[in-house]
Design a protein around this ligand. Structure first.
Ligand code: SF4
Ligand code: SF4
Length: 104
């Protein structure tokens, strides 16, 4: 019989975290434009320190977000930071918790 030490037992499964069950929470974060991925100028803004960022509307959402589908309208040209924001990462979980009421 194989004895598995308690500390090696698999952890409880995490509730599923996917963008399809998320109200694009991370699209309220400030997104700096650090490389040229082809973001249209109408979606660009300048922050207080002169850096290029994605334009956010008065309610905080990124201007490139489609409000009906809650999907990125420039997905193929989205900024590097958006590409690297990992679904299920600690940052993602934090953002989802921030607007938990979006899921009820
Ligand atoms: S990466 Fe995370 S926070 Fe962003 S839309 Fe997907 S599940 Fe939501
Ligand atoms: S560019 Fe697209 S993925 Fe990035 S914050 Fe805006 S809507 Fe979200």
């Amino acid at each position: 019989m194989t004895v598995i030490p308690l500390l090696q037992l698999p952890a409880e499964p995490e509730p599923s975290v996917t963008c399809s069950t998320c109200a694009a929470c991370c699209c309220q974060l400030e997104v700096m434009l650090i490389t040229d991925t082809g973001v249209p100028e109408r979606f660009m803004d300048t922050d207080d320190w002169g850096g290029e960022v994605m334009l956010r509307l008065d309610d905080g959402w990124c201007a490139a977000l489609d409000r009906d589908s809650m999907r990125c309208t420039i997905y193929d040209r989205r900024p590097l930071i958006c590409r690297e924001f990992e679904m299920g990462s600690p940052e993602c979980i934090t953002e989802r918790e921030g607007i938990a009421t979006a899921y009820v």
